[in-house]
Write a protein that binds this ligand. Structure first.
Ligand SMILES: Cc1cc2nc3c(=O)[nH]c(=O)nc-3n(C[C@H](O)[C@H](O)[C@H](O)COP(=O)(O)OP(=O)(O)OC[C@H]3O[C@@H](n4cnc5c(N)ncnc54)[C@H](O)[C@@H]3O)c2cc1C
Length: 415
């Protein structure tokens, strides 16, 4: 497969781009793999990638019921940040953020990482104190964030109204190296790298059953026939409960739809990501010029995976005081994804009651930013059978033992 270099770009440009090969293949599944990963979203692909890169395991199949990246990975609003309160969260999200910095070079695929800065507004006195506390925690964790005043907010985001009658802007938590990346490109980049390493990515291959013998996983049933495996990793976000049920255990999480929408493209007017947790909305501008806007999750458990008008109305109503310009924007499209939300709003990277079966889920409304770090930690868990320092706090046992990692404030609005 050709590398993506300046030279190959010039050569292909001269011959009308007819020589590019497929970025990844479409192999027939083998009868057995050392490791099977269910779910070709960012987390499943990253798990496979770091299994190969860090642990030398390439006898892997990543099974995807639809198309690669077609779940939440291709539906999210791409915010990347690591300004969490608790040490275990800060560690895994910052690991991911750091890996994102060089991921384009590592994968030889432009993932369009844009560390444009993420601002989380304080619009009540309580929220101001919370973000100040997080800023102090981040200093101790070695994460570059600081609390900024309303004047700096206004200077960085001229379109913002800081004097709103209901929710004036009192300051913000500012992470200068937070930002965005192109969501599809993250999935595509990992997929292409995996294909080069000989890992099988099998699309249109739904897992319909999990086979165990003597409490140990031995394989899966799929739309393309049975596949045996030594180890199995379930990385299916909002579908995790359903897969766990196939293996005979339950997960402490709920699946709900999270929606987002974009405006018509307009000239550049917002070059940072702004989140307004009190009113439940956030906004950034894509490279195409669209305003990318999202809000809270649907208020009830569902698997619908689509957008709804009430959500657009509620989110725009919430944001219009702080961003009056959006009152005059035309909206282009809306969509939804099924997110996997745990009680403490933290993920699960864990062994399960079934031997050699591991889960990676519970990233909820904010797992895009975690993809490289999650894959790194999950690969270690699957390869060695034991969690490393990054994954250990996120074990399933924390729900039984009361060791919650409560990030409901940091993850509050989502993302
Ligand atoms: C609207 C929206 C906005 C968001 N915004 C942000 C944001 O700004 N920043 C952020 O960090 N996060 C955000 N998120 C969350 C983020 O998208 C997710 O946490 C992350 O993408 C989860 O990745 P994943 O690989 O775990 O899941 P997915 O990408 O959903 O991948 C799971 C895959 O498993 C497959 N699958 C399911 N069941 C089976 C089966 N039986 N057999 C085979 N395959 C199966 C699915 O088809 C899917 O492709 C947002 C999510 C949504 C919906």
């Amino acid at each position: 497969m050709k590398g993506y270099s300046a030279w190959s770009l010039i050569r292909e440009g001269l011959r009308h781009h007819l020589g590019w090969g497929r970025a990844w293949g479409s192999p027939e599944p083998r009868r057995r793999y050392e490791v099977v990963i269910v779910g070709a979203g960012g987390h499943g692909l990253a798990t496979a990638y770091y299994l190969a890169r860090n642990h030398g395991i390439t006898d892997i199949a990543v099974l995807e019921k639809g198309w690669l990246g077609g779940g939440n990975t291709g539906r999210n609003t791409t915010i990347i940040r690591s300004n969490y309160l608790h040490d275990p969260s800060a560690a895994i999200y910052e690991k991911a953020r750091q890996l994102y910095e060089d991921l384009s070079q590592e994968l030889d695929f432009n993932i369009m990482f844009s560390p444009r800065g993420v601002m989380m507004l304080a619009q009540t006195e309580h929220e101001k104190r919370v973000w100040q506390r997080v800023a102090h925690a981040n200093v101790l964790q070695g994460i570059d964030t600081r609390f900024i005043g309303p004047e700096e907010v206004k200077r960085r985001v001229p379109i913002i109204n800081i004097d709103g009658p209901r929710y004036p802007v009192l300051g913000a938590l500012w992470q200068p190296r937070g930002g965005t990346a192109r969501h599809d490109a993250v999935a595509w980049g990992y997929a292409r790298a995996l294909d080069r390493m000989g890992v099988h990515i099998i699309e249109n291959c739904e897992v319909t059953g999990i086979r165990t013998e003597g409490g140990k996983v031995v394989g899966v049933d799929t739309g393309k026939g049975p596949i045996d495996c030594g180890k199995l990793a379930l990385v299916v976000a909002g579908h995790s409960s359903r897969l766990a049920e196939m293996a005979g255990f339950r997960l402490p999480m709920e699946s709900v739809t999270l929606q987002a929408f974009v405006s018509e493209p307009v000239k550049p007017m917002l070059d940072v990501v702004v989140m307004a947790n009190t009113v439940h909305g956030y906004i950034s501008q894509s490279d195409k010029g669209e305003l990318v806007i999202g809000g809270g999750t649907d208020g009830y458990v569902n698997y619908t995976q689509r957008g709804a008008f009430h959500h657009v109305e509620e989110t725009v109503t919430a944001l219009v005081e702080t961003f009056p310009v959006i009152g005059r924007m035309r909206l282009m499209r809306q969509w939804g994804g099924i997110v996997d939300v745990t009680g403490d709003r933290s993920p699960i990277l864990s062994k399960t009651p079934v031997e050699n079966l591991y889960v990676n889920c519970g990233w909820g409304t904010g797992g895009f930013k975690a993809i490289p770090g999650s894959g790194w930690a999950m690969a270690e868990l699957v390869a060695t059978g034991e969690p490393g320092a990054l994954a250990e706090p996120f074990a399933l046992s924390r729900f039984r033992e009361g060791r919650f990692i409560d990030e409901s404030v940091a993850a509050g609005v989502a993302h």
